[in-house]
Design a protein around this ligand. Sequence first.
Ligand SMILES: Cc1ncc(COP(=O)(O)O)c(C=O)c1O
Length: 378
Amino acid sequence: MERRTFLRAGLALAAGAGAGAAGLGGISVLPELEAEPRRSGGALRLNSNENPLGLAPAARRAVIDGIPEANRYPGSMREQLIEALAAKHGVSNESIVLGNGSTEVLQMTVQGMAAPGGRLILAEPTFEDVPWYAEPFTYRLEAVPLDSRYAHDLQRMRDRVPERSERTLVYICNPNNPTGTLTSSAEVDAWVESAPDNVYFIVDEAYYEYVDDPGYWSSVKWIETRPNVIVVRSFSKIYGMAGMRLGYGIAHPDTAARLREFIGKNNANHLALVAALASLSDLELVDRSLESNARALQITHECLEELDLEYVPTQTSFLMHRINGDLDTYRERMRERDVLVGRPFPPMLSYNRLSLGTPDEMERWADVLRSFRAKGWV
Ligand SMILES: Cc1ncc(COP(=O)(O)O)c(C=O)c1O
């Protein structure tokens, strides 16, 4: 399309979009605020651990209200969110490091802690971003298989810490992605308590809010006394903000200062900041997400049990289940039916990681899976 035609088409679209509203200035934003999240071209997105309920109503309103300030750098909004997060966790403002998604905090940590002869100890399988960020550095990678309950095998991980004083980074994804399983917080505490200063822990709590298990608690308790603990949280999951990009790290002020040396300047955008701040006070979305997730999980369990497909009990918004066949073929067949699922997590290649959608979406997925069984595909 020629540039001029393209521009005209764009203007026509914009005019169409405004037709249902009262026009800018007196714009009625209510339809946008109340709209259900879009389902990309009708496909079910059960592949990226996103919250299907979308932004909290208060966050949507804050985004609209925040647009007139979006031409300014986000300095003062950063300060407000940092203060709110510090109050939420009972830490000082200096302990909070904002990220463009929690993945940026993982990146800052991997970069900030890199040292000659350094090691990175992690579970297998686990979330892939940390080893990916480590690739350009000289980290020696030590991947330790999860134990028989799909928890981190902390004893075997401890055995990989070198005798000498090389910098060691330990990544504990708790709950673990892709398995949705927990590692005992008491056991994490025991290691943190006895670890020397050169062993740094990244405890990734992206799915913290979903967990309902008395043996699980946050590692934030360590950050005042242990500069070697970095806790990572995300607004992408329970708060439904994956596309807005906001996460944060919580660490001892000295450690947080080190991470900030690797931060992208002004890294959290204004609209994400206002949405996050509003989300913190809209707890209704958290309750609604947990309720919807529990119902979606029940539907998923019922289908998998009916088809006798083993699954890993989850504490999150996703789960791993057997597929009785080749993973790529399974994903492709699902995709042909407009259902996007999983990605490979070696060595668990006979399992698919399924992100939970709404209960209705899981009914649709279950119907497709049942049709696969009828064809003998699963
Ligand atoms: C365990 C874990 N940590 C971190 C992230 C990164 O999330 P974000 O950068 O959207 O906050 C994800 C995303 O799926 C995740 O599963």
